[in-house]
Design a protein around this ligand. Sequence first.
Ligand code: FAD
Length: 379
Amino acid sequence: MPVERELSASMEAVNGPEPFSPLMAELRAAARKQGLWNLFLADSKLGAGLSIVDYGHVCELLGRTPWAPMVFNCNYPDTGNMEILLEHSTPGQRQHWTDPLVTGAIRTCFAMTEPDVASSDPTAVATSAVLEDGEWVINGRKWFISFAIGSAVCLTVAKTDPEAEPHRRFSLIGVPMDTPGLKVLRRVPVFGHAAGPGHCELLFQNCRVPAENLIAQRGMGFELAQGRLGPGRIHHCMRALGMAERALELGAQRALSRRLKHGVLGDMQMVRDVLAESRIELDAARLLVLRAARTMDLYGKERAYRDISVAKVFTAQRAQAIIDRAIQIHGALGVSDDTVLPELFINVRGLLRIGDGPDEVHKLTVAKQELRRWDPTVR
Ligand SMILES: Cc1cc2nc3c(=O)[nH]c(=O)nc-3n(C[C@H](O)[C@H](O)[C@H](O)COP(=O)(O)OP(=O)(O)OC[C@H]3O[C@@H](n4cnc5c(N)ncnc54)[C@H](O)[C@@H]3O)c2cc1C
């Protein structure tokens, strides 16, 4: 936290192919030396060996400052990618992608969303991959691919089997970012920010990679993408709790220091009401997130989908409201980049309310489970 401003500025200057700014690389080396590395991995040989509940508390702390997750090799989308690669990579993939990702030598990105199809529905992916002379030939356009700049490899969801049933049509293919035919067209500006590793638009134009770049089995793309999103969604929620907690603290501190004619802001009942609402919502969100984490620990991610959706919708909406209230308490200062509040707001509004499934899609999951309790045929 003492260097968060310099760290943000240094990462905004990242332009590839180097994955990390010099300051980020220095902090990562220090974290790794102290064994504060891959804290999300349950395997204690590779990470901290924590349960998902225990990691929840750590992850919340990491969420308090925007670039902390990367310092400890716990950043999206590398976390989800690492989990997939650790489970499924071939010896060749392990050498080139998995091991360097675990040790932190490279970064990766994950490409599912496309500008031309409604990507809330993962079966809508249109990018195609055709096997030709031992190579996948990939054509299509992706966007909002987080941290693509400086990534070594892009795990790409492409349609390989258009005639199969909808959930078996897609495969996951590792595409090195320097492959001819893969172009980063631009960083898509998000709330005016278009810098650093970016949320990028990618064009695949007859992009050819060896057949052995297929990850796991052909037709497993949908399954891998969904599986990756379970823990990933809950990690986003945990980080959002840290963001909201920090915003609430800043709001309370400002309420005590900002003087009005007859006292300080914190003397005003309306301000106290706002602080109380935020505390109540934040504590409720934390309990929902920890419940989802506990369900995953005890019964596995498949049994936790409802709890994950409940936690994600509530946490995303409440964290956004809590940060927004803290901004309001700060007045004009709150919308200026002189505080961390706008960066926290953008992260929650952009990534958490829309990424990994918008609120509405998660509400559908919750509602379907309620209906199915009474009528198992409901779709
Ligand atoms: C900051 C950020 C980072 C991201 N990073 C990545 C990344 O790294 N890799 C990647 O692949 N993608 C990424 N995404 C993309 C994200 O996963 C998609 O934007 C998301 O899945 C929604 O797809 P869409 O934008 O096409 O919205 P659409 O599918 O067009 O949906 C638009 C809106 O319609 C509503 N809606 C959709 N479906 C339903 C429904 N069934 N019922 C009712 N309402 C509905 C929702 O309000 C939704 O927001 C990122 C997005 C953001 C904002």
